[in-house]
Design a protein around this ligand. Sequence first.
Ligand SMILES: Nc1ncnc2c1ncn2[C@@H]1O[C@H](COP(=O)(O)OP(=O)(O)OP(=O)(O)O)[C@@H](O)[C@H]1O
Ligand SMILES: [Mg+2]
Length: 237
Amino acid sequence: MAETSPHASSRSDSSPGGAAGAGVSRFRVGLTGGIGSGKSLAADEFSRLGAHVIDADAIAHELTAAGGKAIEPIRAQFGTGFIDEAGALNRSRMRELVFRDIAAKKALEQMLHPMIRAEADAFAQAASKTTPYLVFSIPLLVESGTWRDRVDRVLVIDCAIETQIARVMRRNGLEKSAACRIIANQATRKARLDAADDVLVNEVTQEAARRRVARLHALYSRHGQGLPRAAGSSASL
Ligand SMILES: Nc1ncnc2c1ncn2[C@@H]1O[C@H](COP(=O)(O)OP(=O)(O)OP(=O)(O)O)[C@@H](O)[C@H]1O
Ligand SMILES: [Mg+2]
């Protein structure tokens, strides 16, 4: 897979950590996957093993919480009706708007995505110099495009759509139709797999999935230390 992906080959030409972004030269892994695939499970395990994880969802949440940097720009563009009494983004109202209005969705993304990237770069700069590599957990890595060139390697957490639906129904208490709607609005499974350097198939127990993360941790730690890429080091676990 790595060998056939144009993104993978262009990245592998650059030195580890050579991805763009605020002059940070550290090996960067982009972690992505569809809703309910197991990104958080994998990110938690990478973190437990000692990698530094930067979470785009958490950054977006912080930017749109009361007092967050995105609040005044959102108020200016969308109106005070989208800010709640506490001064945070009114999430349900915004969700409803962007669901039916593609131009509003794009406008919100154009505002938030550069802010998220800037915050992620700041976190990367501040990360301890002793961490072997950085993990950027980016749910919309494939959708947003720009992230691909900002990481050295893309790891996709993959599972069958039926598995995603079952997990999301169980975790969020959603109807099947609602889970399917969210999935239909994300990149396709094929688009994500096409963008992957490594794939962690999370159709196993959580324990087995964590063991797979540990194997990737060993691989990424080697890259982080600047060791040459072993032949055929693309992992499909
Ligand atoms: N291998 C597994 N076996 C059983 N349940 C799992 C497994 N992996 C994850 N889950 C469960 O599925 C749900 C989704 O997992 P997780 O939150 O890690 O996914 P995610 O990709 O981060 O989702 P989101 O896109 O919503 O952030 C959680 O309730 C988690 O406990
Ligand atoms: Mg998650």
